[in-house]
Design a protein around this ligand. Structure first.
Ligand code: G3P
Ligand code: CA
Length: 268
């Protein structure tokens, strides 16, 4: 099965710069991703939404309201319209202590622009968001990955990990390219438990799982590891939480502060 293989091109713990170094700069903007890179995040995490004219853009929410000066749904905007929006000023207003003049007027990047900026030396941890809202998003994602030769010939050489809460979306990706490493995100409302049956099912298509770090314990982590799967909890911003999760055996984590995670890792 896929899950029994390493599935990633490094044994190092994966420091995933969540929406870039989004604790320091406006999420899903080029400066945020650049900071993530400078702070030695291993992966740039990108959430995908799709415009009315079928362009994949980096944005967490289905609506532009929270992270731009616009209102309404991404699916009702053309890319040209999205490009008029200011994706940085909200951050300055919300976090005056971290505000920078240069964040004013930042544009929402397309997936292609992110890849053009960071190239093949970077690694990307890409999430298909709301795939039920965007028919064809998986196909378009694969087109972009192939255009920039990011898919690799096998799991280990792939520069990207594909993540989703939607198993259906992951299976679509697998169907389009069986070599792409897939990470199943799981949303738990209460303390997480996982059965052998669920783990067996996951290992059929995924190399790892991700879930809120607040819902898991050491037993859960060990069960996932024993099944040969990676476990990347999100979104871990405090050093004591990072340390505890590392002690439990996680293989990486999503953080808005890749700098903090590297400080913790150095001491281990
Ligand atoms: O993708 C991992 C984590 O980011 C999932 O939650 O809502 O931040 O995309 P969310
Ligand atoms: Ca995400």
């Amino acid at each position: 099965t896929k899950g029994s293989k390493p599935g990633m091109n490094t044994n190092k713990l994966a420091n995933v710069a969540h929406r870039g170094a989004s604790g320091h700069a406006p999420e899903h903007t080029i400066p945020s991703y650049k900071l993530g890179d400078e702070m030695k995040g291993d992966y740039i995490e990108i959430d995908l939404q799709m415009t009315k004219d079928g362009e994949l853009i980096a944005m967490h929410d289905e609506s532009v309201d929270r992270t731009t000066n616009g209102t309404g749904l991404v699916k009702d905007y053309t890319l040209e319209e999205i490009k008029q929006l200011d994706a940085g000023s909200w951050f300055n207003e919300k976090y005056p202590e971290k505000a920078k003049k240069s964040y004013e007027g930042l544009q929402v990047p397309t997936l292609e622009e992110v890849i053009q900026t960071f190239g093949k030396d970077a690694r990307y941890y890409i999430e298909t968001k709301s795939p039920e809202v965007y028919p064809g998003m998986e196909k378009e994602l694969l087109r972009v990955l192939e255009k920039y030769k990011l898919t690799g010939v096998n799991e280990r050489s792939s520069k990207v990990l594909i993540q989703s809460f939607s198993k259906e979306s992951l299976l679509k990706m697998e169907d389009l390219n069986p070599n792409l490493p897939l990470v199943q995100l799981i949303s738990y409302k209460e303390q997480a438990t996982i059965s052998d049956e669920e783990l067996n099912e996951l290992t059929e298509y995924a190399v790892g799982v991700g879930m809120s770090y607040t819902k898991i314990d050491e037993d859960y982590v060990q069960q996932v590891r024993n099944a040969g799967l990676h476990i990347h909890p999100y979104t871990v911003n405090e050093k004591e939480d990072m340390e505890r999760l590392l002690d439990w055996g996680v293989t990486g984590m999503f953080t808005n502060y890749p700098d903090r995670l590297n400080e913790v890792l150095k001491k281990k």
